[in-house]
Design a protein around this ligand. Structure first.
Ligand SMILES: Nc1ncnc2c1ncn2[C@@H]1O[C@H](COP(=O)(O)OP(=O)(O)OP(=O)(O)O)[C@@H](O)[C@H]1O
Length: 757
């Protein structure tokens, strides 16, 4: 142990020096003077990288080095949270990053497959002091086993704090295989409660960031967890692994600019989660691309222009054929209608018009439509007419310009092809029984009734994927943004030209000063356009911040926890957000409680991924002691006899208990039970898990006790506590009961109301 302490002290000395050195470099970079535009941008990139590195060096203070391998060839390798290179950069590194290939045997070696390891040592530390070492002999004659041994059991028995810890020192072989699985493709990790799915998913994110740093730092890793309580619970794991650049979000947070916290009937949420809603939204949008009943009349300079239904329909079809998102197709629609009206006017003036070309600026080459359905036998309108054209193309263009300037024409165009936001489309759809009936004929009247709601009141979590779907169909209506950007650019151009004019005006003076007339000046090598570009404001947000604000961001990798809960509509959204299809999905189909959640992975994923995903299973339960795993396995059997319960690795000798009490006494009994269990096991956290109806009474009775949560099973999903009291388990749905029974690391009690109540 003395040798290990000396080694550890030397590592910390190195760490301190690296921190100082990195801080010095950062200071130098930040204070560098006289940089041009290019230099400033490079400086920002270097400063960001140095800041990241500095943050990482500070985050690994605890548990810097936690393992040592003594190989059969005599080499000795220290494994830690980060890699530290030898000072000469050539000798063996004094500390190997746990994610480096050289560290793999620390996790993967077993007695049966030693991978060249003779002794695996776990170093237990407190601050910078070694408190214990635990050795596992893996050589000949050793008992076959996974990594961890006593160190694992100590970690599993440690009291919980309410925040998840990293497991970097005790990752097990089957978990390691998942963590290091190749980045490409979609990997599903199925595992029962407590098999370490969340831990594995987060360590995998850290592994991928290490292995594909450059790409993933730029493209960002998105980690999706079921709720904000859960994200708080896992929030410290990645920073403790020195990783901070990823984006953590709940499914409700995936539409930038929307706070989706409106309460909703679960039946409504279930309908909104079904894949059929994609068709409903598409149909709702089609309905908005309006046609007049018979003829649309438009007042234009004292005349009535007439656009009949057949023509409007033909133009609409022509625009739809382009396959553009609705808002992006609006200019084409506008140009076609204006052209049709212009030809109508020309015809009325008594002149035929010869195959006019459409204005090149506005739209792709396309045929001119005619008004009043005249061109039925000339669908493309490009056959020469018998009567010679009396109106020139210039005159026709004047007519088009007048039409474009007429607010009534604009109003008619907005009616035919309205500019729409996703919010408007959905608000109008859900507010109107008629619109719902037209867009969703396949739903029953009762289902449509559930979707109906008055405008206003905000958005619910299930609206998020629908808004995203609508945004996808609508495309950007970024006219205002483009106009603002153009104005800004013009202003920059003006300033740049002014600057160049000043430079040019001062050239004589420079010559008088004796400067070389042959030397180059700014105005020789730069034009205003280039200079303006250099003045353009830079985006100083981190990639994760930019990704959070951008609905169309393409993530480099997506990790989804509790993946079994996601609806089909949310899967559509996530698949769109990851065009590279590089994902890690962890979950347990036995714990599905969301009505639209997964009953089978194939059934859930195939519609979105077409079979292009691979699955692996975690089989060991690290949370539950064997005593609690047994009754949990009975519940699992009731859910699906084909499902296998994970194997528990430890035992506490404390069996769970079950008591029945009068309903009126249930809350006080729960408080008493918590206090009793606390007396027997004082450290760590406790929870009372109960159906929602019981929560107010239980909160009143138990809420004042320290370190005790009162939650329903769905909130408890993914979380864990040292002590758990489950109230009224038999009124819970089987999946909820299974979740409730699988949250305790040490002690479990069940309290049921007596039947007479
Ligand atoms: N290799 C390990 N070393 C130490 N602790 C571990 C290890 N694997 C898992 N754990 C611990 O086991 C507990 C359960 O892990 P985790 O929450 O990741 O399981 P899960 O499969 O996501 O469970 P659930 O399905 O209930 O969400 C956590 O406290 C975790 O830190």
């Amino acid at each position: 142990m003395k040798g290990e302490q000396e080694y550890l002290t030397a590592l910390y000395t190195r760490l301190d020096r690296l921190r100082e050195h990195t801080q010095d470099r950062l200071d130098q970079v930040l204070h560098a003077a006289g940089l041009g535009h290019q230099g400033l941008s490079e400086r920002d990139t270097t400063a960001a990288e140095l800041s990241r590195r500095l943050g990482q060096l500070h985050s690994v203070e605890n548990g810097l080095c936690f393992g040592r391998l003594t190989m059969t060839d005599g080499r000795r390798l220290a494994i830690g949270r980060i890699g530290i290179l030898a000072e000469d950069h050539e000798s063996d590194p004094p500390l190997i990053d746990w994610r480096a290939p050289a560290a793999r045997p620390f996790y993967a070696a077993t007695g049966a497959r030693t991978e060249g390891v003779r002794i695996r040592r776990h170093l237990l530390t407190s601050g910078r002091t070694v408190t214990a070492v635990r050795d596992e002999e893996l050589g000949a004659g050793a008992v076959a086993g996974e990594s961890g041994g006593p160190a694992l059991l100590e970690a599993l028995n440690a009291p919980r704090t309410g925040r998840m810890n990293d497991i970097v020192a005790t990752i097990q072989a089957e978990q390691d295989a998942v963590i290091r699985s190749p980045r490409a493709g979609v990997l599903v990790v199925q595992g029962g409660p407590g098999t370490g799915k969340t831990a594995v998913a987060l360590h995998r994110a850290a592994y991928l960031l290490y292995t594909h740093r450059e790409r993933l730092a730029r493209e960002v890793v998105l980690v999706v967890g079921p709720g904000t309580a859960f994200l708080r619970y896992i929030g410290e794991v990645l920073p403790s692994l020195g990783e901070s650049g990823m984006l953590l979000a709940t499914p409700a947070e995936l539409y930038p600019g929307i706070t989706a916290d409106r309460p909703e009937d679960p039946r409504t949420a279930a309908i909104k989660g079904t894949a059929a809603m994609a068709g409903v939204i598409a149909a709702a949008l089609h309905e908005r691309q309006w046609l007049p009943e018979d003829v649309l009349e438009i007042d234009h300079e004292g005349e009535i222009l007439r656009l009949d239904r057949a023509t409007a329909e033909r133009l609409r079809r022509r625009v739809r054929e382009e396959g553009l998102p609705h808002n992006e197709a609006a200019p084409l629609h506008r140009a076609l209608v204006i052209d049709a009206l212009a030809h109508g006017i020309a015809d009325r003036l008594g002149a035929g018009v010869l195959a006019p070309d459409l204005p090149e600026t506005d739209l792709p080459q396309t045929a001119a439509p005619a008004v009043d359905g005249e061109a039925a036998d000339d669908p493309y309108g490009d056959a020469p007419r018998e009567d010679a054209p009396l109106i020139s193309e210039d005159e026709l263009e004047d007519i088009r310009a007048e039409l474009r300037d007429n607010p009534r024409v604009s109003a008619a165009l907005r009616r035919l092809w309205p500019p729409l936001t996703p919010q408007r489309l959905l608000t109008d759809l859900f507010a109107s029984p008629d619109r719902l009936a037209a867009a969703a004929p396949q739903l029953t009247a009762g289902e449509r009734e559930l979707l109906l709601r008055a405008p206003g009141g905000g958005w619910s979590p299930s609206d998020v994927a629908l808004l995203d779907e609508a945004a996808e169909l609508l495309g950007a209506d970024d006219r205002a943004e483009r106009e603002a950007a153009a104005a800004e650019h013009a202003e920059r151009l003006r300033l740049a030209q002014e600057a160049l004019d000043v430079a040019y005006g001062s050239r004589e003076t420079e010559h008088d000063d004796g400067s070389d007339p042959e030397s180059l000046h700014a105005f020789d090598v730069l034009d205003a356009e280039t200079l303006a570009g250099r003045y353009a404001e830079e985006d100083h947000r981190t990639p994760a911040e930019r990704a959070a604000a951008d609905r169309t961001w393409a993530f480099g990798h997506i990790v989804v926890d509790e993946a079994q809960e996601l609806s089909a509509m949310t899967w559509r959204l996530l698949v769109r957000r990851c065009p590279a299809r590089s994902m890690t999905l962890v979950g347990d189909i036995a714990q599905t409680s969301a009505p639209g959640g997964a009953r089978s992975w194939a059934h859930t994923l195939d519609p979105h991924l077409g079979g292009r995903w691979r699955i692996t299973e975690l089989t060991v339960n690290y949370r539950l002691p064997a005593e609690i795993a047994a009754p949990a396995a009975e519940v699992l059997h009731a859910i699906d006899p084909a499902l296998r319960a994970p194997r528990a690795v430890r035992s506490t000798g404390v069996p769970p208990w079950h008591r029945t009490v009068p309903a009126a006494a249930l809350a006080t009994e729960a408080a008493r039970a918590v206090a009793g269990e606390r007396a027997a096991h004082p450290a760590g956290t406790a929870a009372v898990i109960a159906p929602p109806a019981w929560l107010p009474a239980l909160t009143a009775a138990v809420g004042a006790l320290p370190r005790v949560s009162v939650v329903d099973p769905r909130t408890a999903k993914g979380l864990e506590y040292d002590i758990v009291i489950v109230v009224d388990p038999h009124s819970m749905a089987p999946a909820d009961r299974y979740v409730a029974l699988t949250r305790a690391t040490q002690r479990l009690g069940l309290l049921s109301p007596s039947r007479a109540d």
